[in-house]
Write a protein that binds this ligand. Structure first.
Ligand SMILES: O=C(O)CCC(=O)C(=O)O
Ligand SMILES: [Fe+2]
Length: 358
């Protein structure tokens, strides 16, 4: 039996099997779309399996990520992220980005106060961002010169393309899931022609547990993602995990790495687009609650919390796409049932991005 019709979950996060999805035209694809849509509505997170991205591709990308972050500071700084907050390409050193949900304009109803780290806790992480290399791409990529890490650029761009292919599947499944007969299954495609996506290699260096407990260091404070959605690749070699997701009951649960699975979550822009029918879900990486083999919180403050690698792949609409309440997500007889004014994707994302960088 296909996973699409089984009830496998981890901490309430459902698994969706895309093995039978094909081009989205079959009854099996419709069933997958419906289940995926329900997950995006109810949980905001889903583990995707049989996505078409081989595990070997993901493993290799993590190896490249390890090699990149193992370079000297000077070599990493040969591809520096520019000062402009919106130009999210290249290397950002530890402390460059500070995610602070409270400083950001809300896209939906007020979220319950998350039991987050203190606002002043710096994110103890470094990152490398890249996007489309197509001629005319809105944000030029910034890679180290080839001699610094031969093969890195090609590997990154191949991974970008692999995620782009999965984006097509995910967006088709979402469209199928909307119970709106007027919505074609390629509804989202014309809004995502420019591949305005962002791959982020993330490295959270090891640090003493005590520094996380005291608030001296954090990893990523509670936040929601900005765009259409995020494919989160977690390191299958990471036995501790560390990502936590806030449930609808305001509890934090772990979303551990699962070999062969890609974690997907809804972004704020899609929440806004769907008039809050789909829900972006708060998540965080603290370094504090990183259970080993599910045995609960680590206890010894002198313990060194291992480093963590992850690769969020942010899916975003084209810069000039106008994001306006999707038909079927409001009452056509009542214009005031549309909660948000139309906005271009670039205006929205830039506003959110700029708020995150110091
Ligand atoms: O490292 C992780 O697992 C999550 C990172 C994340 O949520 C983000 O960068 O938006
Ligand atoms: Fe995130």
């Amino acid at each position: 039996m296909s996973e699409a019709v089984t009830d496998r979950t981890i901490n309430g996060i459902p698994f969706i099997d895309f093995g039978d999805f094909g081009d989205g035209s079959s009854p099996a694809a419709l069933a997958i779309g419906r289940k995926f849509f329900a997950a995006c509505k109810d949980t905001g997170f889903a583990y995707l399996i049989n996505t078409g991205i081989p595990q070997a591709t993901v493993d290799e990308m993590f190896q490249w990520s390890r090699r990149f972050f193992a370079l000297s500071k000077a070599d990493k700084m040969s591809a520096p992220r520019p000062q402009e907050g919106w130009w999210h390409r290249g290397y950002s050193g530890v402390g460059k980005e500070q995610i602070d949900q409270d400083s950001q304009p809300a896209s939906g109803p007020a979220k319950p106060a998350a039991a987050a780290l203190p606002k002043t806790t710096p994110d103890y992480k470094e990152s490398f961002d890249l996007g489309s290399s197509a001629p005319g791409a809105r944000l030029p990529n910034i890679f180290p010169p080839p001699h610094v890490l031969p093969g890195f650029e090609d590997a990154c761009l191949a991974f970008f393309d692999a995620g782009r292919a999965l984006q097509g599947t995910v967006l088709t499944a979402l469209a199928l899931g909307f119970e709106n007969a007027a919505m074609p299954r390629d509804f989202f495609v014309p809004f995502h022609t420019e591949a305005a996506n962002q791959v982020r290699l993330l490295h959270y260096p090891p640090a003493p547990l005590s520094s996380f407990l005291s608030g001296e260091r954090g990893r990523v404070a509670a936040h929601t993602d900005f765009g259409t959605g995020t494919l989160l690749f977690q390191d299958p070699a990471d036995t501790r995990g560390g990502l936590e997701v806030e449930t609808r009951a305001d509890e934090w649960v772990c979303a551990p790495p699962v070999k062969g699975a890609v974690l997907f979550n809804i972004g704020d822009l899609l929440m806004r687009w769907s008039n809050d029918v789909l829900r972006s879900t708060s998540h965080r990486v603290t370094g504090v609650f990183a259970p080993k083999d599910g045995d609960g919180a680590a206890a010894d403050p002198d313990e060194i919390v291992e480093g963590r690698f992850s690769i969020p792949y942010f899916l975003g609409p084209d810069a000039h796409a106008v994001i306006e309440c999707i038909e079927g997500c409001h009452d056509p007889a009542d214009p005031s049932s549309k909660k948000y004014a139309p906005i271009t994707a670039s205006a929205y994302i830039d506003m959110r991005m700029t708020a995150n960088y110091t």
